[in-house]
Write a protein that binds this ligand. Structure first.
Ligand code: TYR
Length: 416
């Protein structure tokens, strides 16, 4: 029983169109590089900047929301203490992997929208222009980083240390909130510990592919270092850590989405079924995602390679938006596939916060700490099976577009 009201995660509020249309989460490059989106991009960048500046003690700060995933291992939006020691709330090596990360993306997207409406528009847009900007905020959806498209690259929005934004009365440059997440004091003061000898407690910013050695006193480690070229080399070289050559990222995703490639949702969803087994001839969605994390963070402890701290790097959100997209595409291709065998233990044998060791999960398993309402009701996997109910879809998944209508007739069945 919760003493205080819980935070209702809803995604961005929306009204579907007459054929069920909802706003689309777009490819981050197509969206960002199109000058027509400049106003919406500016809203997003300034909202993210403000989000990252919210005091770290606040539940709705970037720091605490990113901190749900792993460190600093504090309860979020609930009173309970850790159930079993581990990496935090994130569900890895578990068939809850795709479903848990879905409401996590709603929460991030919703916070960006709220900050656009509550802060950026009132502060930066003159009254006459506000209706236009409010409409842009309502239409905003988190973009995805399609790391499987050719040529594989980092998103342009994340590449430079500074970035320009414009509003009706001003055009200026800000430190790019997608380049790295920066804190005002060393993260050790905020509860971030070292992990496997990597001195995350000593830094004031996230890093990608830092050079060897990670010296806790090196200023580039402390203030964050981003070796974009090394990230791109890693992605294009695709040295999968599983002892097998799975080809390019695009080839791995192609197999992920191939008809009848996976017999069950469980096999698609997570590394759990192949853990400790001889290398399988496929990679699950989690398996592909793991490699992207490791290539982005690099071999020397860049944040993205370490589950306890990966979500502090802002690129995490663009990466996981693409994971959610592939999950949604797979669902559309396999509409009847869902959790199959409740008698199996399909979570990490070592356990984590929301799935203690030995847990057998089912689609009603609470996706802690994400709440549907203010009364402490948790999301479960069944709740998020239909993603459009939360007001978004993806470019490939717009059954309301005429090209998807059978016989030229809109078919409501295709929408659900
Ligand atoms: N540590 C994982 C592995 O090697 C990869 C990973 C990294 C997964 C960060 C999640 C994450 O947040 O398989």
């Amino acid at each position: 029983i919760h003493g205080v009201q819980t935070f209702p995660i809803t995604g961005v509020p929306f009204t579907p169109g007459p054929r069920g249309q909802v706003p689309i989460r777009q490819d981050v490059d197509s969206w960002y590089l199109n000058p027509q989106n400049g106003k919406q991009v500016s809203l997003f960048l300034v909202a993210l900047q403000k989000f990252q500046q919210i005091p770290y003690a606040q539940k709705l700060s970037y720091f605490q929301i990113a901190g749900i995933h792993g460190l600093p291992l504090i309860p979020w939006d609930e009173n309970t203490q850790s159930k079993s020691p581990g990496y935090g709330y994130c569900t890895h090596n578990s068939i809850l992997f795709p479903t848990w990360h879905r409401p996590y993306m709603f929460l991030f997207e919703q916070r960006i929208y709220e900050i656009m409406i509550q802060e950026v528009i009132p502060q930066s847009v003159p009254p006459n222009d506000r209706p236009e900007y409010i409409a842009l905020a309502k239409d905003f959806r988190l973009p995805f980083w399609d790391w499987a498209k050719k040529p594989t690259d980092l998103p342009a929005i994340a590449k430079d240390p500074t970035i320009s934004v414009f509003f009706p009365q001003a055009k200026y440059t800000i430190p790019n909130p997608f380049y790295k997440f920066t804190t005002t004091e060393v993260m050790g003061n905020l509860g971030i510990t070292d992990v496997d000898g990597v001195p995350y407690s000593k830094v004031k910013a996230t890093s990608k592919c830092p050079p060897v050695p990670k010296n806790p006193l090196q200023s580039d480690w402390i203030n964050g270092t981003q070796d974009n070229a090394q990230v791109v080399t890693n992605l294009r070289t695709h040295a999968w850590y599983q002892p097998k050559d799975y080809g390019t990222i695009g080839e791995a995703v192609y197999r992920l989405l191939s008809e009848n490639y996976f017999s069950t949702y469980d096999a698609f969803a997570s590394t759990r079924l192949t853990q400790g087994q001889p290398p399988a001839d496929y990679l699950s969605i989690e398996g592909i995602h793991n490699n992207i994390h490791n290539w982005t963070g690099g071999d020397n402890g860049g944040h993205m390679s370490s589950p306890p701290v990966s979500s502090f790097d802002p690129i995490f959100w663009l990466h996981h938006c693409n994971v959610d997209r592939q999950f949604a595409i797979w669902q559309a291709l396999n509409p009847n596939a869902w959790f199959t065998d409740p008698s199996q233990q399909l979570t990490d044998p070592a356990g984590n916060w929301s799935t203690p060791a030995g847990t057998k999960v089912n689609p009603k398993w609470a996706l802690e700490p994400f709440h549907l309402n203010a009364n402490g009701l948790y999301y479960n996997s069944d709740d998020i099976r239909e993603w459009q109910k939360y007001g978004y879809s993806y470019p490939e998944l717009q059954p309301w577009l005429p090209q998807y209508w059978p016989n030229g007739q809109f078919n409501q069945l295709l929408y659900t």
